[in-house]
Design a protein around this ligand. Structure first.
Ligand SMILES: [Zn+2]
Length: 302
C-alpha cells in the first residue's frame, strides 16, 4: 500500500543543513522562506485544501512558544519552517484552523507532509523536555531535530514508536474487525498494538491478535506504513491469515470482535450498523485492501 494519507510528502528534508550554525535565524532572514504556523495541534488550512504557508515577514512579530523546526526545501530551493505560535493569528477568508485527523486525507501531498512532520516534532518536544540520562532540562539544537543536554552533553533524537496494525482474514477470507470498549456500538476497526522490546513485527501481529481476539494467526505479510503522530506512532500495516475462526475477546481492550464477508460488510455499512475508521487512518486502507476497492466515505462516520 502506497500513498497513505499521512505518508505523503514532497519536501527534501535536507538533513545535512540542520547543523548549520544560525540555521533558523537565516531562514527567518530569507524573504523566500515559507512558514507553516501551528497552535495546539492545528494549522491554518486553505479551501484548496492545503496548509497555508505564510511569507516570513508576516510571522516575525507573532508570539511563539519557542518551537520552530526546519522542515526542508522544495524543488525550487525554497525553504520551509514550522513555527508554533502561542495564539492563532487572524486568517484570510476561506482559511480555517484544523487538526491533522480532520484534514490529513484531504490535503495535497506537500501540505500532508508538512502537517504530519510538524505535529510529530511538536509532540516529541512537548513530552521530552528533560534528559533521560541525567534529568537536566535540555535545549533545542539542529533546526529542531535534536535536544541536547547541557549537563551530560548527551544528544536526544525524535523518537517514533512502532505499532502493528493488521487486517486478519480467516479460511473463508472473512475479515476480522473489533470494537474497543470505549467506542460507540457500531464502530469497528482492525486490531492494532505496540511492538514490544525484543519482538519482531510479525510476532507482534500474532501476539496482539491472540491477546485481543483469541485468534491464532499463521502467515503474516507486510502491506505498508504511515506515521501516526498522536503522539509518536509509526503504524506498520500487515495482512495475516487466521488458522481458525473461533473468537474470544479479551473484554479489556476489545469489547466485541467478529468476522465479515465482503457482502456482509457492504450490507452493514449501508444499514448503518457498521462504521469504519476514517480515510486518514491506515486501518481504513487495510480494510479497503482486503475488500478490493475503495469504500466511499460515510460523512456520518468517525
Ligand atoms: Zn543529561
Amino acid at each position: 500500500m502506497e500513498r497513505l494519507a499521512l505518508s505523503r510528502s514532497t519536501l527534501d528534508r535536507a538533513a545535512h543543513r540542520r547543523a548549520d550554525p544560525g540555521l533558523i535565524d537565516s531562514l527567518l532572514d530569507d524573504p523566500r522562506t515559507r512558514v507553516a504556523l501551528f497552535h495546539e495541534g492545528e494549522t491554518a488550512v486553505t479551501d484548496a485544501p492545503t496548509v497555508l504557508l505564510w511569507p516570513v515577514e508576516s510571522v516575525l512579530n507573532l508570539k511563539t512558544d519557542g518551537q520552530q523546526f526546519f522542515l526542508g526545501t522544495d524543488g525550487d530551493g525554497r525553504d520551509y519552517l514550522a513555527l508554533s505560535v502561542s495564539e492563532r493569528p487572524a486568517v484570510p477568508e476561506g482559511v480555517r484552523w484544523a487538526s491533522l485527523r480532520e484534514v490529513g486525507s484531504l490535503l495535497d501531498d506537500t501540505g500532508a507532509g508538512i502537517f504530519t512532520t510538524a505535529v510529530a516534532l511538536t509532540a516529541w518536544h512537548t513530552f521530552h523536555t528533560h534528559c533521560s540520562n541525567c534529568g537536566a532540562a535540555t535545549g533545542v539544537a539542529q533546526g529542531g531535530w535534536v535536544r541536547q543536554c547541557p549537563e551530560c552533553l548527551r544528544e536526544h533524537y525524535p523518537r517514533t514508536d512502532p505499532a502493528v496494525i493488521m487486517s486478519i482474514a480467516d479460511q473463508d477470507d472473512r475479515l476480522l474487525l473489533g470494537r474497543q470498549a470505549s467506542w460507540p456500538e457500531n464502530r469497528y476497526s482492525t486490531l492494532a498494538g505496540f511492538v514490544e522490546p525484543g519482538e519482531s513485527l510479525e510476532d507482534a501481529v500474532r501476539r496482539e491478535v491472540a491477546e485481543e481476539a483469541g485468534v491464532v494467526v499463521g502467515e503474516v505479510q507486510y502491506r505498508g506504513s504511515q506515521p501516526w503522530p498522536f503522539p509518536s506512532s509509526l503504524m506498520l500495516g500487515f495482512h495475516g491469515r487466521a488458522l481458525g475462526s473461533e473468537i474470544k475477546v479479551d473484554e479489556v481492550e476489545i469489547a466485541e470482535a467478529r468476522w465479515w464477508s465482503r457482502d456482509e460488510l457492504q450490507a452493514d455499512i449501508k444499514a448503518g450498523t457498521l462504521v469504519l475508521p476514517p480515510a486518514v487512518s491506515i486501518a481504513r486502507r487495510l480494510i479497503e485492501n482486503w475488500y478490493g476497492a475503495a469504500i466511499p466515505d460515510d460523512p456520518s462516520g468517525w
